[in-house]
Design a protein around this ligand. Sequence first.
Ligand SMILES: C[S@@+](CC[C@H](N)C(=O)[O-])C[C@H]1O[C@@H](n2cnc3c(N)ncnc32)[C@H](O)[C@@H]1O
Length: 203
Amino acid sequence: MNNDKFYDSLSVKVLDEFAKKTFGENPPSDLEKMIKYLKPNRQILEVGAGTGRIGIELIKRDFSYTGIEKYSKFLKVFKSRLKNSKFNPKKVQLLNISYENLPKDKNFDFIIFSWTVIGDFSKKDQIKALKKTYNLLSGKGVCLLDNPSKNQEYNKYGSYNPTPFYYDDWKNLLSDMGFSHESKIYKTKTGVERELTILKKRN
Ligand SMILES: C[S@@+](CC[C@H](N)C(=O)[O-])C[C@H]1O[C@@H](n2cnc3c(N)ncnc32)[C@H](O)[C@@H]1O
């Protein structure tokens, strides 16, 4: 299961409105929360970069950023919005590719699944994606996953059919995969409760 049909028909305007309603703006609350874990001059991979809501903010702050996105229509918007910002092109890579097809030949210091991206994978594919994440992370690497908290319903819109990812349900599996893990519940500036799951490679 995936949300291909949903994203095919989803307009950028609706996506933007949802994001604003969930995280607020200037800066969005999820960026504020995640950025505390990121370090400049380290390689960041964002899975499901969308229209660059988070990516552009990281690029403007001079992070080394690779954004991958399955849908070219969203990536096109990302690129056109990025044109209005000052940045070092040598530190930025934007790829129209799904995570499943991303080659395993590069390591990243940070891998982020912002705004419920992991919910777009089936449970089986979530497991595969997290095992892949383990392999792509450098030794001291950190993975961040931002999702609705257990008290919050996942968005319902059109044919959107996410697979919920609640940290409590994943603790044992994450340990088995070799991660140390924790979660932080936070409230966005628009009053929505979210859960940030933080994964590190256990040494
Ligand atoms: C809710 S949007 C979030 C976009 C962006 N991260 C943000 O926070 O604004 C989820 C994005 O993940 C992308 N996506 C879903 N599954 C993916 C996959 N397997 N590989 C790459 N991108 C994927 C979707 O196309 C969509 O753009």
